[in-house]
Design a protein around this ligand. Structure first.
Ligand code: FAD
Length: 377
């Protein structure tokens, strides 16, 4: 969940997929997104950027976001959080998951519940329950994002100029990736840098090696910035290396695999739970990401069936673990749709109660999710 997620610990830094496309984008996901935008906006912790990828994205201060979530979880939502817990096993009785076993530094826990959301990024609950999962045929690269401090903002070149210079000089600087961005955070002397590509294996030794390789790449990106743009970056230092950002590892087999052609066509589903206009954004190629940006009126949907493993009655997936082909997933795993999936998962389990998530009243669910399906503004 957000309290411990990549949004904070990998310093992703921008909310994408929250708005429609075109010159006058409107918000397509509400719920807690409304509250985050209102509260962080009032704190001066947001910086909206319009026009990029034909939509609006919103830079956020990750410390402010972390505290917002912690406050919401503990004081208002009456949730009992367990920090640093690792899911180790799942108990299952036929079509129902019954309990989750967690390890923490303070001892082990068994958490029994009527329903479960798998928002683990790696489909951990689904996999531990012995349900079918998918893994990419070719690796989808992750990224070591990092924050620089000590930059001279007034002399910082536009991010497009930096990207163009990277393309020309990457091999001279020992860099594998030829694209990415440097977002200056106005008024802070800081910048968020997303310019590395690393494989993200699921085994512990490989995952650690990848994290360290990502940091080494980040250091070379800093050398590139210092040497190519000394006026702005000569005194820059790394303030934070986020946790290695992981795009795609393992995800569920759902009742419907969202396909790239459905995304391109803006297919409509009877059981839709969200809409989104974010581009196809593939990170297969180590050197460059592939982008397919959609037109002004484009919106695609995700059906509830893509969140539901067919063999379980009380498990709903949310986030980058829902079922789609790799290209389709690349357009629905950004944070706007992830937030909408969280809302869909919670309401689906609430409506199912002791029954099955496959037999809920879809009209009632969509009524509750109206902000994420039909609201315009
Ligand atoms: C480098 C990079 C840049 C991106 N840029 C953007 C961007 O600019 N804007 C945007 O909107 N999106 C961006 N995305 C996409 C977006 O950040 C992610 O897809 C999104 O954060 C996924 O959210 P999630 O909740 O599904 O998974 P995660 O954020 O990965 O959260 C999964 C949670 O599950 C926990 N977990 C995993 N395994 C276990 C276990 N065994 N036991 C207990 N807990 C476990 C993890 O600790 C974590 O807290 C980017 C992604 C990457 C990798």
């Amino acid at each position: 969940m957000l309290i411990d997620s990549q949004a904070v610990h990998s310093v992703i830094g921008t909310f994408c997929g929250l708005y429609s496309n075109g010159p006058e984008p409107y918000q397509v996901t509400g719920g807690i997104a409304d509250e985050i935008l209102a509260d962080l906006g009032a704190e001066g912790a947001l910086n909206p950027i319009s026009g990029r990828r034909n939509t609006r994205i919103v830079q956020y201060d990750e410390v402010a976001l972390a505290r917002w979530v912690e406050r919401r979880v503990t004081s208002e939502a009456r949730i009992t959080p367990i920090l640093g817990a690792m899911a180790r096993a799942v108990e299952r009785d036929g079509r129902r998951l019954t309990a989750l076993h967690l390890a923490t530094r303070h001892g082990d826990l068994r958490v029994a519940a009527e329903g479960f959301v798998d928002a683990s990024g790696d489909a951990v609950a689904t996999w531990l329950a012995g349900l079918e999962c998918r893994e990419p045929v070719a690796p989808v690269h992750g990224t070591q994002v990092f924050v620089l401090e000590g930059i001279d903002e007034a002399r910082a070149p536009h991010r497009d100029e930096i990207e163009a210079r990277l393309k020309e000089t990457a091999s001279a600087h020992g860099l594998v990736r030829l694209d990415g961005f440097v977002f200056v955070v106005p008024g802070t002397g800081r910048a968020l840098v997303n310019m590395t590509h690393v494989k993200t294996p699921l085994d512990p030794v490989g995952a650690t090696a990848a994290a360290l390789a990502g940091r080494a790449q980040a250091d070379r990106v800093l050398d590139f910035l210092r040497q190519e743009f000394p006026a702005a970056f000569a005194a820059a230092r790394v303030r934070i290396y986020g946790q290695l950002g992981i795009r795609q590892t393992r995800w569920i087999v759902g009742g419907h695999q969202l396909g790239v052609e459905e995304v391109r066509a803006g297919a409509r589903f009877d059981d839709a739970v969200l809409r989104c206009s974010w581009p196809i954004e593939l990170h297969h190629d180590e050197t460059e990401a592939y982008w397919e940006v959609f037109g002004d009126d484009h919106l695609h949907q995700v059906p509830l069936r893509s969140l539901l493993p067919p063999e379980a009655d009380n498990l709903v997936a949310a986030g980058r673990v829902v079922d789609g082909d790799v290209a389709a997933l690349s357009s629905v795993r950004v944070m706007g749709p992830c937030i909408a999936m969280g809302a869909a998962a919670a309401h689906t389990l609430d409506l199912a109660g002791a029954g099955s998530v496959h037999q809920i009243d879809i009209a009632r669910l969509q009524d509750r999710l109206a902000d994420n399906l039909v609201r315009q503004g």
